[in-house]
Design a protein around this ligand. Structure first.
Ligand code: CLR
Length: 379
């Protein structure tokens, strides 16, 4: 038996948590988890992972041809994955349960003194949906998307389906715009029984360019053929089932190389070294004192401080207060007949821009809704 990572005093709590999972469907945010598995970070901060490989993001604009740009969007996408899915576990020994953002919660950040700007707003609480926009104005690149999670529990693992999509828009030198639709991988959370949850990816994600090129990233974990986890096989084709231009294989936590039959690239040529050679930088955020009242780290400060210092009673009191006040706000709004208004994003139901690219993927989307930054948001 593997050694358990559950602190002795929380063993029975962890057992109960696992039991409650087994009989649960819906979103995990509602489940009460034992303290050792709580993270002091809100989910509204997670879109910052998209901006961390900031130089690869900026470099998308420097691709001279549609093929070169498709490769660059693919490289940036793959380079974000280790931050999104393995770093928390690496740093703290296990995946943890993030704080569930309240409606209208914001996360505002930047890199390089404002050359790259991130804006996040929680646009729905039930179900939880987060909208975000990452923009490099100088380079003419906007990455705008939304994400929600559908969870199910089976045998020994949690499966998390990411619902949502992102659109990357690139202003070209001739004034035209190129758009890329990016779909998101599915997650498995393993290691539950030993109290050391970690994430691996399954299924596929696509990057569909408006110029017609398609990237397909197939994820595979540790299997009996290959011992290592976090593997992917990525192809770039002309159209979903069209001729193959490039094939790239490797791990999204380490090295990826071009495989045989890659157009103008040599077999074995390194495509990306996600471990060593990608410069990643954490987002910069204003100090809490200078944040507005809806900003994540300010609103959750007492809860996060309690979790960090191990004062779980203080954390849970503060969390209860925040949740009650949110509930009261919704009641008041209802009573006044003035429903909550988003402050930063506009809801775009059945987004035609998204539908057009999704059609190229013969993709049956769970939702076609998008959210766009309001021009008045001042970001
Ligand atoms: C959120 C969107 C990001 C990518 C991402 C990474 C990790 C995911 C997270 C998303 C959603 C919430 C998540 C988390 C891993 C664990 C956590 C699924 C998809 C769940 C809610 C926590 C489960 C609790 C056990 C670990 C006890 O771009």
């Amino acid at each position: 038996d593997e050694a358990s990572s559950v602190p002795a005093a929380q063993k029975s709590g962890w057992g109960q948590f696992l039991k409650s999972l087994a009989s649960f469907s819906g979103d995990l945010s509602g489940l009460t988890a034992p303290p050792f598995i709580l993270s002091p970070t809100s989910l509204s901060e997670f879109p910052s992972y998209w901006g961390e490989p900031k130089d690869l993001f900026a470099a998308i604009a420097d691709g001279a041809t549609p093929e070169e740009r498709q490769l660059r969007v693919t490289r940036w996408f793959l380079a974000t994955l280790s931050g999104q899915f393995t770093r928390r576990e690496k740093e703290t020994g296990s995946e943890k349960k993030p704080l569930n953002p309240f409606l209208g919660e914001q996360f505002l950040g930047e890199w390089d003194n404002g050359d790259l700007v991130l804006t996040v707003e929680q646009v729905s609480h039930h179900p939880p949906i987060t909208a975000y926009r990452l923009e490099n104005k100088k380079k003419g690149i906007v990455w705008e998307g939304n994400c929600a999670q559908k969870t199910s529990f089976s045998a020994r693992q949690i499966s998390v389906k990411q619902v949502g999509h992102g659109l990357l828009k690139l202003k070209l030198a001739d004034g035209s715009t190129e758009t890329y639709l990016v779909t998101l991988p599915q997650l498995k959370i393993e290691g539950l029984w030993t109290g050391r949850p970690y994430v691996d990816l399954t299924d596929v994600s696509y990057i569909q360019g408006s110029h017609g090129l398609t990237t397909t990233v197939k994820y595979s974990g540790a299997g009996w053929i290959s011992g290592s986890s976090h593997r992917h096989t990525t192809t770039i084709t002309s159209g979903l089932n069209g001729p193959k231009l490039y094939e790239i294989t490797g791990t999204w936590t380490g090295e990826s190389k071009f495989a045989k039959h890659s157009k103008d690239k040599k077999e074995g040529e390194v495509f990306l070294d996600a471990d060593e050679h990608v410069e990643r930088e954490r987002v910069s955020v204003k100090p809490v004192e200078a944040q507005n009242e809806f900003e994540s780290r300010r609103a959750w400060k007492a809860v996060a401080d309690g979790i960090r210092s191990g004062d779980y009673d203080a954390a849970s009191t503060a969390k209860g207060a925040l949740e009650n006040s949110e509930r009261q706000k919704r009641k008041d709004e209802q009573a006044a007949g003035a429903p909550f208004q988003l402050r930063l994003f506009d809801h775009v139901p059945n987004d035609p821009e998204y539908a057009q690219l999704a059609a190229l993927l013969k993709f049956k989307p769970e939702t076609e809704d998008s959210w766009r930054l309001k021009p008045s948001a001042g970001r």
